[in-house]
Design a binder for this molecule. Structure first.
Ligand SMILES: NC(=O)c1ccc[n+]([C@@H]2O[C@H](COP(=O)([O-])OP(=O)(O)OC[C@H]3O[C@@H](n4cnc5c(N)ncnc54)[C@H](OP(=O)(O)O)[C@@H]3O)[C@@H](O)[C@H]2O)c1
Length: 276
């Protein structure tokens, strides 16, 4: 990660997602990515900065110090804090820097508008399973970001899960699918555990059965190469229990409800983007 004389990475905002990315990078440090010696954290709270430096063996700096030392500035602050941060950062950003933002729903044009003209910006939509190295991160290039900038951003996200690239126009759909997606699965699991309770199982047993079943089904979906319909048909025997359940799901319009829910998430993402 060296270009134009600078190298290294600053993680600006060491909260939940900032720490997850930091932990992933430090754990998987090798020749291809930055190690602890190449990483600087920037935090508002000195106490939080000290926790992160102790835990991961990285350095802490203020914005000016970090920007003077590293090439890639990874912004992991809340969307409502991003404008203030960019205002503070802008005087220290040069043509050598790459800015990577994980702030949900913040368009690259808004980031670019607050930074020096020509600054390469990559926008990322991560999701919470990044906290357990099973994230889905989706990248989009801003006006001045090249394929090689996207490669650099991808190397930062790859240690905590899978990475895909899309045109920024698809980010609202991505937000509705993988960004909010973990919540839909948590909701389904919650409802299925309730069904176990209704049938008289202890809550811990019901939770164990459903969580492991969700995990097993997810691994089959990922690894078998088969379409979800094929996998479902394989466990749906004639006159059996599964088809009785599927009939109820269809009767209650669960498929249509999921499609409408994800469409609503997309529309909300568009509306939030327009407000900003
Ligand atoms: N959590 C996720 O899994 C997830 C998923 C998708 C996208 N994201 C995106 O990731 C971003 C961070 O989310 P999060 O959940 O990690 O938030 P978080 O836990 O609140 O972390 C943000 C951190 O940034 C610090 N901060 C704010 N302004 C700063 C500044 N000017 N300089 C240095 N540090 C600053 C905050 O300090 P204070 O506590 O003092 O404010 C806080 O420690 C958000 O934009 C969110 O949309 C997160």
């Amino acid at each position: 990660m060296t270009t134009g004389g600078r190298s290294g990475l600053a993680i600006v905002g060491g909260g939940k997602i900032g720490e997850a990315l930091l932990a992933g990078l430090v754990r998987q440090a090798d020749a291809s990515g930055p190690g602890p010696g190449d990483i600087v954290v920037v935090e508002r709270s000195g106490q939080r900065a000290a926790e992160l430096t102790d835990r991961y063996g990285v350095a802490a700096a203020d914005l000016a110090g970090a920007a003077g030392r590293v090439r890639v500035l990874l912004l992991a602050v809340k969307p409502q804090d991003i404008d203030t941060l960019l205002g503070l950062l802008a005087p220290h950003v040069t043509a050598d820097h790459l800015v990577v933002s994980v702030a949900a729903g913040v368009p690259t044009r808004r980031i670019e508008a607050l930074l020096p003209a020509g600054t390469p910006v990559v926008r990322v939509m991560p999701n919470t399973p990044a906290l357990v190295d099973e994230g889905m991160s989706v990248l989009s290039a801003g006006t001045h970001a090249t394929e090689s900038h996207l490669d650099e951003a991808e190397a930062l996200l790859a240690p905590v899960g899978r990475v895909r690239r899309v045109p920024e126009s698809q980010q609202d759909a991505v937000t509705a699918l993988s960004g909010s997606g973990p919540a839909y699965f948590f909701y389904l699991v919650e409802a299925m555990i309730d069904a176990g309770i209704l049938l008289g199982l202890p809550r811990t047993l019901a939770a164990d059965l459903i969580v492991q079943t969700a995990l097993g089904a997810a691994v089959m979906l990922r690894d078998s190469g088969e379409h979800p319909v094929q996998l479902r048909e394989a466990v749906t025997s004639p006159g059996g229990t599964t088809i009785a359940a599927i009939r109820e799901l269809e009767r209650h319009g669960v498929r249509a409800a999921l499609i409408a829910a994800i469409e609503a998430a997309h529309d909300r993402s568009v509306a939030l983007g327009e407000d900003r």
